[in-house]
Design a protein around this ligand. Sequence first.
Ligand SMILES: [Zn+2]
Length: 183
Amino acid sequence: MPAEHCAGDEQEPSPGLPQGSFGPCADHGPGPEPTDRAWHHWLGRGVVRLWTLPNTLLGLVCLPLALATGGGAQWVRGVCEIYGGAVTWLLRRVVPLQGGARALTLGHVILGRDRRALALCREHEHVHVRQYERWGPLFIPLYLGWSVWLGLRGRSAYLDNPFEREAYDAVPELLAEDERWLA
Ligand SMILES: [Zn+2]
């Protein structure tokens, strides 16, 4: 709200407002102008992208591999999704899960077996994107550390991992399906 409206509110408070209140402007403070807010937003997003960049680059290594082997890529909700070709093979054969993985997140890159798998797992994988944004280069060591510790204690290194639990909590219907997948 422009500053001159705040001044007007101070002189003539709206009926019903408690004493000492200056209306909506007082609640929110003058705040930055909309252009400043947009600038701060994009600056913040840039810092987050930079913090996540080492993991994103790891994911982007798969882009030429996928494109050269019949796969593809798409940009969805601020994330590069890479699917098919060599990526399908990697998810099936290299990810240490029974039957492999349908999708896997590396920073702002989501790898998927195909577009159907990406659509099915997108909400779950976006929780991992936010985890990468929070933990940056620490995410993979923390994730693997939890998995090793849980495995040593006889628990599931995957389903009991707190990062997975957070992601499955966001999309509970996927959990039942993945438990069947991993059985
Ligand atoms: Zn997951």
